[in-house]
Write a protein that binds this ligand. Structure first.
Ligand SMILES: Nc1nc2c(c(=O)[nH]1)N[C@H]1C(S)=C(S)[C@@H](COP(=O)(O)O)O[C@H]1N2
Ligand SMILES: [Mo]
Length: 158
């Protein structure tokens, strides 16, 4: 599709950043480089009730793993320290733990969607999909940033 100026319409990108060897700006088209998984989900919205949607997209853990996370991949305890923070274009913001996604811990098939109910998300932007959640608050749409890292642990006191 082209705009009336003959250019491609604006394609949304998200910034994958933080404690990563290869931070990247990823369009929805870029997110199709990974295997696409399908999730038919039901979740509740506190204000509007039950929702059903079908999403397709890569596993968030595979996208982050290929960006070179700064953990020792052989050490579960090291991996268990890491967090992800996901932001939408409207400022909606949520966090996940790496351990929720990691196959040795929660093994949750969390996606960065490229399609919602059969429609491509190239212009709207990716949406976070958390199939194990009962409520919809973490299904952040129009994702602009995914941060990966650790919090600074407290210094053990006397
Ligand atoms: N960017 C963004 N994503 C968001 C929200 C929001 O306010 N901003 N609300 C969340 C909440 S509370 C719910 S219940 C679902 C609703 O998704 P739906 O209305 O598309 O079914 O979107 C989630 N994603
Ligand atoms: Mo909601």
């Amino acid at each position: 599709m082209t705009s009336r100026h003959g250019h491609q319409p604006d394609m949304a990108e998200l910034m994958l950043h933080g404690a990563l060897d290869h931070p990247a700006n990823l369009s929805v088209a870029d997110l199709r480089r990974w295997a696409q998984h399908r999730a038919a989900v039901t979740f509740d919205c506190a204000t509007d009730g039950s929702r059903r949607h079908v999403f397709e997209g890569p596993l968030l853990r595979e996208v982050v793993a290929d960006a070179g996370p700064a953990f020792d991949v052989r050490r579960r305890k090291d991996r268990s320290r890491f967090l992800l923070a996901v932001s939408g274009g409207d400022g909606h913001h949520t966090v996940l733990s790496w351990a929720e996604l990691d196959a040795d811990f929660g093994d949750a098939p969390v996606l960065l969607a490229t399609r919602l109910d059969g429609e491509d998300l190239d212009e709207a932007g990716s949406q976070l999909v958390v199939p194990s959640d009962r409520c919809g608050a973490r299904y952040v749409s129009a994702v602009t940033h995914v941060w990966f890292g650790t919090m600074t642990p407290p210094v053990p006191g006397p």
